[in-house]
Design a protein around this ligand. Sequence first.
Ligand SMILES: *Cc1c(COP(=O)(O)O)cnc(C)c1O
Length: 638
Amino acid sequence: MKEFTQSLRLSPSEIPNRIYGVDNWSGGYFGVSEHGCLTVHPTRNPLMGIEITSLVQMLAQRKVTPPFLLRFPQILDTRIKELHEAFRNSIAEYNYGARHCAVFPMKVNQKKSVVERLMAAGHRYEYGLEVGTKAELAAALTISMHPNALLICNGVKDRRYLEWAMQASKLGKKPVLVMEEVSDLIKIAEVSNSLGIHPTLGIRVRVFSRGAGKWEESGGETSKFGINTMQLLDCLRMASDREMGRQLKMLHFHIGSQITDIRRIKNAIKEAARVYAKVCKMGFPVEYLDVGGGLGVDYDGSRTASDCSVNYTMQEFANDIVYTISEICQSENVPPPTIITESGRAIVAHHSLFVTNVIRMLNPGLGGSELDPSMVDSEVVRELWDIYNDINPKNFREYYHDALHHREELQSLFNLGYMNLQNRAQGEWMFWEICRKAIKFSRSMKERPEEFIDLENILASKYICNFSVFQSTPDSWALDQLFPIVPLTRLTEEPTVQATLCDITCDSDGQIDKFVDLRDVKQALELHSVNSDPYYLAIFLVGAYQESLGMNHNLLGSPNEAHFLIDDTGRPHIDKIVRGASLSQVLELVGYQPKDLMENLRQMTQKAGAQSKLSAEEREALCASYESTLGSYTYLED
Ligand SMILES: *Cc1c(COP(=O)(O)O)cnc(C)c1O
């Protein structure tokens, strides 16, 4: 008997894997402890895990309140190592006759601490940077990098951009100026002549093969970037005419981000390698073939070509690139190029997670007191009451449809003035109770009709969470991108509530109602009923793009941020705390100077004092609370 009960006991990972798919998307960086708490494993060592709640407690001791972004710089180190080793393996396996070098595209996460950590961890791989604007270039110029690391300059460029990019070579960097249109060549020639610098040049070429899914637009014939075959020939001819042909060392392609299907990558590489071979044969000394970004992240853990997943591993990505280029160079009889990759998403997505606290739960159709049938003086409400009592597993579809009809009746009677608020409230309450019963009965059906699935989603609870979708997960709003979301604790306890998440902006789009699922997309997330204890949710894989795209909608500013390192004994340390934006910081961005705000408030309280609306003490207190709150966090603090 004892043995039997033991074998029935759930292992701690049963619920987190069945419901939240933790093992599917965690990449070995996250797990669950035997206490049912989420853990993080920055070095991917399963034995070196820290419960994330213990990090939350460390922050609470320092009065750092949620929501916060937790950063794990060691995950960046691990990702960089994995990427480079994947290419080293492929190069050895296919006996490839040249090297692989990677650069980090700054637009994916420009945070100084992130870029600096990447450059330090990537030093031994000669890891470089890719920039697309003047501001990114300004930052990159000052960041210390390996002297052999490349600084790839993409994007639309003005004269100052070109000057800086060329002068970078005098500052110990190795810039490559990538031309995105034919006219760039003329501008580059001018600046180059006036500075007396002859920069290394690249050409961004358009490929027919394109990505797929939400991010596909960056590749393909209609892409806003790159030049087509005719323009390429023009560009090559013009470069030769200006004696700049010797400087042309790179061909650059980028078919888009989050390429979900490996076949798309293979096709694009085939095309790119052929272009490389033909340009080589025309006598240009091309050394580098830059294949851009696109290496995807398996956000939903399904390992499929669906939008938020990928059907390949990092090693398969490397293998396909190296093998394809190698084959084509052999068949064309040209030397193999140094392969450049610009993966951003896959390098930084895992390294940060966002933690928010649930403020309260709202249940649609609940609230209000129980129905007292003796008080009902409306025919429709009485009918609903009968349905409520008589509905059963056999008749529930029919009875549910009757209830729908009665609810419409209820609505029209009220609108026409034949019903009071009390009866309307009772009728509505009855209706939702009938729905709840119908949902319960429908769960035991083999083929559950769509209408009950929809109904269940309509009746999902809403968890109000202390965060802003627009600031912290903008792509879930803009692109319906999925991020794994899991409670930090109680993972040995079966969740009982179906919920969607609402943020604290006053925007109806400020919610998350699509969730990671292995087979499909879930419209509601299974969560625990919240009691008086704090209930935290972690949103994972937010390290790529979310920080740079996030915005201060409703003046909710950047969240608190903490960087954690774990030492050799597995103990966590806070490396750095960055306080989130204060009220005065976000207000200043939209033109309110904190000094003026304070001054104006003072004048207004004086006026109110003169009219005896505020006592001297009240005035003092109001000014003091205004001043101290201007310096505090924009999110809810209690
Ligand atoms: C955005 C971008 C990248 C990064 O792509 P990921 O899919 O995030 O790896 C790389 N190269 C260029 C030119 C880009 O514009």
